[in-house]
Design a protein around this ligand. Structure first.
Ligand SMILES: Nc1ncnc2c1ncn2[C@@H]1O[C@H](COP(=O)(O)OP(=O)(O)OP(=O)(O)O)[C@@H](O)[C@H]1O
Ligand SMILES: [Mg+2]
Length: 234
């Protein structure tokens, strides 16, 4: 579904990704792991069109997307939960959620609002409050709910666990797994906690200094002691 081939991305002289290649199968969860600065955020920002690659290609359902505008990529069905809760602070919870499904028909939008409020009770109670009044964890919920309300085919999650209580995170991941099963949602999951990421993912890619150092089934990587010690810290 998502094919990344020889992707190189640089910020001026800083090469953040170097000839990164891997594929993500439809209806699977692929975890992207690696130390701070390894290039994980750069990878998902490039897939979303927020960063332009220096070279290489990104194909989504065989279509080259690496030079398209971010809003075009979003409409094609790639949703992105950015690192650090990218919600619009001055808008209310509900306005933020409506933005997610802006181009969908009214019934669809109503259904996904109801679904978001069911999954995230604190958002329902605060639907008419501006997002800046939310706690950090509630903002993270809003960011995830907004991405889901666009009903993406591919969901890019950049450290969704940040600031979330483990019970909330468990519920979100359970819901995401359901969507993977029921709607063949495809997920790219960036996580600091490699152990928990490997337990939910089907496959995993390990980045180090902008290069892919491992790509395999998650359970196989979890059992490779050398790799775990060298790159994953457990
Ligand atoms: N806008 C930018 N301008 C210049 N350098 C950048 C920019 N964004 C990232 N970098 C550099 O690119 C490299 C990769 O950064 P990136 O944010 O992709 O890492 P990461 O794996 O997401 O790290 P973390 O786990 O800390 O979130 C780092 O060396 C970083 O300093
Ligand atoms: Mg990052």
């Amino acid at each position: 579904m998502l094919e990344i081939v020889d992707l190189t991305v640089a910020y001026g002289p800083v090469v953040a990704l170097e000839r990164v290649s891997f594929t993500v199968a439809e209806g699977s969860i692929t975890s992207v792991l690696g130390a701070n600065g390894a290039g994980k955020t750069t990878l998902v920002r490039t897939i979303s069109g927020l960063v332009r690659p220096r070279s290489g290609s990104i194909r989504f359902n065989q279509k080259e997307i690496s030079r398209l505008a971010p809003e075009v990529i979003a409409r094609l069905g790639i949703g992105h939960v950015p690192e650090g809760r990218g919600v619009l602070a001055e808008m209310t919870v509900e306005e933020n959620l409506r933005l997610g499904g802006l181009w969908r028909d009214q019934n669809d939008r109503r259904a996904s609002l109801a679904e978001a409020y069911e999954l995230f009770r604190p958002l329902a109670e605060r639907r008419h409050l501006p997002a800046f009044t939310l706690s950090g964890g509630e903002r993270q919920m809003l960011s995830i709910a907004r991405a889901l309300s666009a009903r993406p085919r591919v969901l890019l999650l950049d450290e969704p666990s940040l600031g979330l209580a483990s019970l909330v995170l468990t519920r979100i991941m359970a819901r995401i797994k359901e969507l993977v099963r029921e709607r063949k949602l495809t997920v790219v999951l960036i996580e600091q906690n490699a152990r928990s990421a490997l337990s939910v993912a089907d496959d995993a890619v390990v980045l180090s200094l902008g290069r892919v150092v491992a790509h395999d089934q998650a359970r196989r990587l979890a059992s490779e002691e050398g790799l775990r010690h060298a790159y994953l810290g457990f």
